[in-house]
Structure formats: C-alpha cells, structure tokens
Write a protein that binds this ligand. Structure first.
Ligand SMILES: *Cc1c(COP(=O)(O)O)cnc(C)c1O
Length: 393
C-alpha cells in the first residue's frame, strides 16, 4: 500500500516537472502588448488605410530613425526585398553573384530567378558566415555583386568584404533577415547591419526578431538613386499612375502589418535584450558539456540571437535531437542541407570543390528554443535533458 502511494507521488511529481517549451512563443509575446496592438489594428480598420497610407509611412520613418539610414522602402516580404535589391542593381543576365550556401533558400533563389548566377563561397566554421578570406579566389570578370547573410543574428565580416568589393568594383547587398538590430564595428564605429553596404534587406516574417502577423519586408539604402529604383520596381515599375518606366513587381507592406511592426519596433531593444540574456543563460548552463560547442561570439559584432545554434560533436546531433523530441523539447536544424547540394541548385556548383565547412555544419548544428519569453527554469529543463541524453548516446 505504502509503495503504491509512493509511486503515485512520483508520477505526480514528474508531471509537475513536464514543461511546455516552445521553439518560438509569439502568443506569449503578444499577450504582453495586446492593448497596444489591438488599438492600432482598430485604427487601421477604422481608417481603411489598408494599402500604403499613414501607418506604412510612420513605420518607414521610425525604422529609418532606428537604423540611422536615409531610405527604408517597405515591401511584401524578405524574399521580395532581396529581389528588389538585385533588380535595382540592374545587372546583365549571366552576371555572377557571390553568396553563402549556408542560408535560407531565398537568398539564392532570387539570384537564379533574375537570370544571374550564384557562386557559392564556403563559410567560417565559427561564425557560420561567409568566409571573407575565400571570396577573392571566387571572383571572375563576370562577378558583379556579393550577398553576405548575417546568419542567426550575428554580422558577417563586412570590413574585408567591403574592401574586396571596392577593389573589384562590386556591389554588396546585406541579407539582414535574421539580424535586425545587430551592430557591426566598422572603422567609423558601430553601425547597424543592413546599413553598411550598398543595400540591406529585412524580413518581418512572424518568427524573425522583428516579426509581423503575416508577411512583411523592407529594403534600406543610403543611396537616393537606388532607393528610387527599388521603389519603382516594387510598384509595377510605375512612378506615375498607369505609366510604366520599367517592368516591375507588386510588393507592398500592408497597413495592418505596418501598424503592428511600429508597435513592436518600439520594443525591439527590450526583445533583443531578452534574447541575449537567454543566450547568456544557455551559455552558462552548457559551458561544461563536453560534446557541445556553444555559439561563437565574434568581437566585431554583437549577436541578436535570432537562433541559438549549437554544434553537437562526435556525430551525435541526430540522436540528441530525437531524444529531446521524445522528451517534448522542440529543436530545429538550420539548415539540414546546403543550397549548393540541393538538386535544383547543384548545377550552379557543378565541377567545383566541395564546400566542406558548410557540409560539416549541416551534420552538426542544432538550434535550441529561442524567443523573448524564455526563463531560467525553462532553459534549465532543456539543458538538463541535453546533458542526460548525451550520457546515453
Ligand atoms: C527569412 C529569410 C529570408 C526570407 O524572408 P521572407 O520574409 O520569408 O520572404 C531571406 N533570407 C534569410 C536569411 C532569411 O532567414
């Protein structure tokens, strides 16, 4: 009888311990800003300013002020932002664009869609970003542009990249989809990612560091001519209604999303702080785990932790992920496969050497839950399970 009672207590205790851990927690974040968000949404509906109008304008101006950049051009999403940036550069078909194979597909997709040729350069094993020391050897007489990605929230090494670009008269587009608010230390002091090269692109996909409640994106530049072109291409190539100067696309940020983004932009510094604190706690909790490499912190950049991405050593990544899934802990693999080995993109890399750093990373990276609502208790739970699982693998 007594032992029966004991088991009951243990089962209760275990159920108490089971925690609801989420990879991202947009609902938890919304609950804290609900009155602000609900109020502006009602204002948008009451004003019927669904497309363009004052809410989009206000967000555009506030983002320009935040980033300290001359021109922000809001658009439909981060993929369109990249496409508009490339369209504005007006490159001849067949031009080569150097980029990273360790990224979300959008970075490469738009290059190919515009009849340009992606040239893949391997990444740095610590930062996971484009390895600047390998760019020069990939430059040919057809190279016109470099697209570094500030992956997981940490800046690509822009100082050498910009120097190479200047030497070879190349344009640079910063894919800043994962790193809004991240600052990179240039010779002139710290500057926001996205504002350092010719053009920067942003995504406001819900789970990004500044996310809306649907699709959204933006392009930014300090070059007035480029800004004009980006605006033109995003508006059907038209400046004057029913008159077309170019063949463009339709890519707009809508009023509802702009209003939500404007509210969330005012909290962005706090959100970034919450992510950094969560990352610091993970670092501390995992610092003595032998088969885990915690994220590298590059002194030239801060890290806004869009993702907290570990390297799991000794080939244990997949088994660790499986065990964590069984324990109800979500994790993700960004990215399980490099772009240059995907069937539809492999032809662009045909006959070239393997990109071994990227290919190795695809086998070892594991991203842990990362969002603004994490606390120590949740993270202790996650890391305790990691330690326990690694013992049995
Ligand atoms: C999310 C993302 C994009 C695309 O943004 P969407 O808004 O989803 O179109 C582009 N590049 C990178 C690196 C991304 O993470």
């Amino acid at each position: 009888m007594l032992s029966f009672l004991g088991e009951d207590i243990i089962i209760d205790w275990m159920q108490d311990l089971k925690m609801d851990i989420r990879m991202v927690d947009l609902k938890g974040q919304y609950d804290k800003i609900k009155p602000e968000v609900d109020k502006v949404l009602q204002e948008v509906i009451d004003s019927s300013a669904f497309i363009n109008g004052p809410f989009v304008k206000r967000f555009q101006q506030n983002l320009e002020a935040f980033l300290q950049v001359e021109h922000v051009i809001p658009c439909g999403n981060g993929t369109d932002a990249l496409q508009l940036a490339l369209m504005a550069l007006d490159l001849e078909p067949g031009s080569e664009v150097i980029t990273t194979p360790f990224t979300f597909v959008a970075t490469v997709e738009v290059i190919c869609l515009l009849g340009l040729k992606p040239v893949f350069v391997d990444v740095d094993p610590h930062t996971f970003n484009l390895d600047a020391s390998k760019i020069e050897e990939a430059i040919t007489d057809k190279t016109r542009c470099i697209i570094p990605v500030h992956l997981f929230g940490q800046a690509a090494d822009l100082t050498p990249i910009m120097a190479i670009a200047q030497n070879h008269q190349l344009k640079v587009i910063e894919d800043t989809a994962q790193a809004i608010g991240c600052q990179y230390k240039t010779n002139e002091g710290s500057q926001y990612c996205g504002t350092i090269a010719d053009i920067g692109t942003f995504s406001f996909f819900p789970s990004k560091n500044l996310g809306c409640y649907g699709d959204g994106g933006a392009v930014c530049t300090n070059d007035a001519k480029l800004a004009e072109q980006i605006k033109l291409f995003g508006n059907h190539g038209s400046k004057k209604k029913y008159h077309y100067d170019s063949i463009g696309i339709n890519s707009r940020l809508d009023g509802m999303q702009a209003a939500i983004l404007d509210v969330k932009l005012s909290h962005l510094q706090d959100y970034t702080q919450a992510r950094v604190e969560a990352a610091d706690r993970y670092d501390q909790l995992l610092s003595e785990v032998e088969e885990i490499a915690i994220p590298y912190r590059d002194l030239k950049s801060n890290h806004v932790f869009h993702q907290y991405t570990l390297k799991v050593l000794n080939g244990k990544r997949d088994l660790l992920k499986e065990q964590l899934t069984k324990a109800g802990i979500p994790t993700a693999i960004y990215y399980p496969s490099a772009i240059h080995v995907q069937e539809v993109y492999a032809s662009y890399h045909k006959g070239k050497a393997p990109l071994s750093v990227t290919e190795d990373l695809c086998q070892s990276v594991l991203s842990l839950p990362m969002h603004t609502e994490l606390d120590w208790e949740m993270q202790k739970y996650v890391t305790d399970h990691i330690k326990e699982a690694l013992k049995s693998i």
